[in-house]
Design a protein around this ligand. Structure first.
Ligand code: GLY
Length: 421
């Protein structure tokens, strides 16, 4: 099959890797230096119609869309309109991620458990409401902000500052919601709108600093699988995934692609923190190395409305992703820092997220730069391998969290040569 992957970060590197290891011919736009080793890179047109034209000209069998911005721009609609199967929701359905106020209202309409919340389109009203909220309170930019539009305000002054920041953009809207406590877990469903298959649950670590403090990032590290109790999984399937897919169908917005459920396992049961309309990043870098079956085939089947959930298979074992971020991330990541990568062994892969080539040399070009991934028989072994590999990367000033997995009591086992998956 000829597959076109759209995007150029760590998630897309993991998607390309999953397709390439099944022998597919992979094209990618815009890609990155890591992806270039596995796929033919194409120049990146800016708009949805030109991307869809590219897919037609290249005769691709299926398009897999990585980042949310392309979904919101209508790439899937443009491809499907030209008869090219594309894996991802339509522009209208991607509103589940792209408009958090709409998404919250959708959850309320369909009885999908989530935090108590209110949405505002004006600063004055939002400020007045936030001043009455118990602390901490959560302030969310309702639009797309690459995972960084969320503030957990521990004081009313912080809440006020976050609201002022959001309302500097024209047309802004905001969701103010109750802070939920518990373990956070990501559940991804591959779906054709009706049938679905879940990936193993994973856990991201979203703040920049250890101990879950500091500003929010796109995600600093992932463990997979997260040990999700069977009763919680049953509720997630029936009350969250199935209600969402049924609700989207009922509203005339059948949802195809990856439904990302970011969840909190609260004392009163699993609740939705957010929906995303795509693979998580860096969750994809943890989940996809464990995929045994053929991602490109699943993407094609789902785009045609014919996903066979039983055919989606993951191997036993575990994976861990450690993000190496640029100094200054998330506020002002430093670009152009030279990077030297070590050789990787079985069960180890370094996905490129924000890298570029400068005069033939690899340098940082974004906030999250590398997603250092290892698989092993156990989570502790995977963490040990991932940290050992991350420590062999030469990247001056790189930031990484040393506590990935600590929330569930996992720890990096001393590295041995055994047991890569
Ligand atoms: N890792 C969080 C996200 O993909 O939005």
């Amino acid at each position: 099959m000829r597959v076109l992957v759209i995007g150029g970060g760590g998630r897309e590197h993991a998607i390309v890797d999953a397709c390439a290891r099944k022998g597919h011919e992979v094209l990618c736009t815009p890609g990155n230096p890591g992806i270039a080793a596995l796929a033919r890179l194409l120049p990146s047109p800016q708009d949805a119609d030109s991307l869809a034209e590219l897919a037609v000209q290249e005769g691709v069998d299926v398009v897999i869309v990585g980042p949310e911005a392309y979904l919101a721009a209508g790439v899937v609609d443009a491809c499907m309109g030209r008869g090219v199967p594309a894996f991802g929701p339509t522009r209208a359905a991607s509103r589940l991620e792209g408009d958090k106020a709409w998404s919250k209202a959708f959850m309320t309409r369909h009885g999908i458990p989530t935090a108590q919340h209110r949405a505002f389109t004006g600063l004055a009203e939002a400020l007045a409401h936030a001043a009455t909220c118990p602390l901490p309170t959560v302030i969310k930019d309702a639009g797309l902000r690459a995972g960084k539009g969320v503030t957990i305000a521990h004081t009313h002054a912080e809440a006020e500052a976050a609201l002022h920041d959001i309302f500097t953009q024209s047309g802004a809207s905001v969701v103010v919601e109750d802070f939920m406590t518990g373990q956070e877990v990501t559940v991804l469903a591959l779906t054709d709108g009706e049938r679905y298959a879940l990936t193993p649950p994973s856990q991201d670590h979203k703040t920049i600093f250890e101990g879950d403090i500091g500003p929010m990032t796109g995600g600093m590290g992932v463990i997979c699988p997260f040990p999700l109790p069977a009763d919680a999984l049953a509720v997630i399937q029936s009350d969250i995934i199935e209600r969402t897919l049924a609700g989207m169908r009922a509203e005339g917005l059948p949802y195809t692609g990856v439904l990302y459920a970011g969840l909190m396992l609260t004392p009163t049961g699993p609740k939705v923190v957010e929906f995303n309309a795509r693979f998580g990043d860096p969750e994809a870098e943890a989940v996809l190395p464990l995929l045994e079956s053929d991602l490109a085939q699943h993407a094609l089947d789902a785009a045609r409305g014919q996903l066979d959930p039983v055919s989606v298979r993951f191997r036993a074992g575990a994976s861990a992703v450690i993000i190496l971020a640029a100094p200054g991330y998330p506020a002002e990541p430093q670009k152009g820092i030279p990077i030297t990568l070590p050789p990787t062994g079985a069960g180890e892969i370094i996905y490129h997220a924000g890298t570029a080539l400068q005069e033939g040399k690899l340098v940082s070009s974004g906030g999250r730069v590398l997603a250092v991934t290892a698989t092993a028989d156990t989570l502790n072994a995977a963490l040990g391998r991932a940290y050992a590999l991350a420590d062999r990367v030469a990247f001056a000033g790189a930031q990484l969290r040393r506590d990935i997995g600590a929330r569930i009591g996992a720890f990096p086992e001393k590295q041995t040569e055994s047991d890569p998956v």
